[in-house]
Design a protein around this ligand. Structure first.
Ligand code: ADP
Length: 523
């Protein structure tokens, strides 16, 4: 009884649904998401450097610059052109310089003053403030650097507000570092670093060098930088999405084309062609699928042929058997030994065919070998003996060119089957001289080679690779009643492959074929 499907009609729809869910994101979505996430991560990293770490790097660079300037001043003090050197240093580094003499441990006369930058604050410090700076430097091995914020004046302190501890004196310095250049135009606070160093010239005179330098990027530069950053980020995200879409289109399009062809192929249309342009990998995939489609179509064709052949082969003897049996039953005098022989012959033919079909499935897959030691030469003789009747009645000549006996270790019944199938084919396909030669030769004392040669039409070069396939028949017609299932060589191949032995065929059209196989000799 046929079993009907009992699943509810909605099950197909829900299966489709879950399949769609399982498929998840397409290439397009994945690429856009992947590319965009990558760009966003890069932008965030850049932002961190630009906003949070830039000041740190900037200040470190400026500190190094200040220290280099101090060293140059210390080295050059007392030289004739010291004033010029200081002017050059100030303008080259955009630094304000004030150098005072030290008299009795206090700030004395002004020795050098270079005010080059609008961020100069040191010139606005009074003596008390300068003394306070000097004292602090002396407590700190003669050198110290401290940042001060230039004020905004709107009561709101800048977001980078280093403490300006030194604020004694008349307030000029203090107001400079706290008061804005233009209170109506509040802007981001700027930081300046004041650096103090006590030095001596070659004569041992003491000096103190005050320098100050812009310690934060100019606000205008910073605003431009942030604006640029925003524009670049927007442009980058948009171009990334466009790029991802373009790339995914190039990948997805051929894939969709291949999928459509594969769906047709799965539905049984083996003539389908997978042809795509684009990436080399896609072209290779299409080529492989084309090859697979070709092979599947070939196998399918062979299967159809086998069904046709097998049914034909089964029907012919069955018709004959039934016909002869009916005739012998109904017509008096027809019950002759000749007619009975026809029935026996046809029944034998049927048995051969059915046995071939059974053998092919038996040997094809992974049947375990049962190796034993046996005399191969004896087996060849045994095979030839099976054909004694044929030789007697039909005039066949089977010659055995033997060398010394060869003992091998293999599955005896399988090797017998190989010999039988090859000899059978040679008899079936040999020429009018009805001659078949079986040669046994020993190669290097290690290997025995059996070659079965006929004088028939041979096999064309283009057919040779396929004759080992199941169901393959070169001329698609049956020569003799002995064989013709198209399975004999496939059985031979399976057995010899299972034995790891070499085998092959040499054939010259209209001259004949030589089928051979080799087995290792054991002592
Ligand atoms: P079949 O039962 O049809 O002989 P086989 O598998 O034994 O099937 O052989 C496959 C095909 O190879 C045959 O149909 C025939 O065309 C070709 N073939 C096999 N042996 C020979 C031979 N000795 N000479 C010529 N053709 C051969």
């Amino acid at each position: 009884m046929r079993k009907e499907s009992t699943s509810p009609p909605t099950s197909q729809a829900s299966r489709d649904d879950s399949a769609r869910r399982k498929r998840g994101w397409g290439i397009r979505g994945q690429l856009v998401l992947g590319f965009t996430s990558f760009v966003i991560v890069v932008l965030v990293i850049v932002l961190i450097f630009q906003v949070f770490l830039l000041d740190y790097f900037f200040q470190e660079a400026k500190k190094t610059e200040l220290s280099a300037v101090h060293s140059s001043i210390e080295y050059s003090i007392g030289k004739e052109d010291f004033d010029e050197i200081c002017a050059e240093l100030a303008s080259a580094h955009d630094i304000c310089i004030c150098i005072y003499r030290i008299e009795n441990g206090d700030i004395g006369d002004l020795y050098i003053s270079k005010e080059v930058s609008p961020t100069c604050v040191i010139h606005y410090a009074d003596k008390d403030t300068l003394n306070a700076f000097y004292d602090k430097a002396m407590q700190n091995d003669g050198y110290f650097t401290q940042p001060f914020t230039l004020g905004r004046g709107d009561g709101v302190e800048g977001n980078r507000r280093p403490s300006g501890e030194i604020s004694e004196g008349d307030g000029a310095f203090e107001s400079k570092v706290k008061a804005p250049p233009n209170p109506d135009k509040p802007q981001r606070a700027m930081v300046v670093a004041v650096s103090v160093k006590a030095i001596r010239d070659h004569d041992g005179n003491e000096f103190v060098v005050f320098t100050n330098i812009g310690f934060s990027p100019m606000p205008a530069v910073e605003i431009t930088r942030i604006q640029q950053y925003i524009y670049i980020a927007i442009a980058l995200v948009i171009s990334t999405i466009i790029l991802a879409l373009l790339i995914s289109k190039r990948i997805a399009k051929p894939l969709e084309k291949i999928t459509r062809s594969a769906e047709r192929f799965a539905a049984g249309d083996y003539s389908v062609q997978f042809d795509v342009e684009g990436y080399a990998e896609m072209r290779r995939l299409a080529e492989t699928l084309n090859y697979a489609a070709e092979e599947v179509s070939k196998t399918d064709k062979l299967k159809q042929e086998l069904i046709a052949n097998v049914s034909h082969d089964l029907r012919t003897p069955l018709t004959l058997i039934t016909g002869y049996a009916e005739m012998m039953r109904d017509i008096p005098g027809e019950n002759t030994p000749e007619n009975t022989q026809v029935i026996i012959d046809e029944a034998t033919r049927l048995t051969t065919l059915v046995n071939d079909l059974l053998d092919v499935s038996r040997y094809s897959d992974h049947r375990e070998l049962k190796p034993t030691r046996f005399n191969l030469t004896d087996i060849v003789r045994k095979t030839i003996n099976r054909y004694t009747e044929l030789v007697k009645h039909d005039g066949f000549v089977i010659v055995f060119e033997e060398s010394e006996d060869a003992v091998v270790e293999a599955d005896e019944s399988m090797i017998l089957q190989v010999l039988y199938n090859l000899t059978n084919n040679a008899i079936n396909y040999t020429g009018p001289d009805k001659r078949v030669v079986i040669n046994q030769s020993i190669i290097d004392g290690k290997t025995v080679r059996i070659t079965i040669t006929d004088t028939g039409e041979g096999i064309s070069q283009e057919d040779i690779p396929y004759i080992w396939d199941r169901y393959y028949k070169v001329d698609k017609t049956h020569r003799r009643s002995l064989s013709g299932s198209g399975l004999g060589l496939s059985i031979v191949k399976n057995i010899l492959v299972a034995h790891n032995s070499s085998f092959g065929v040499e054939s010259t059209p209209s001259k004949g074929s030589s089928f051979w196989f080799e087995l290792p000799i054991v002592d």
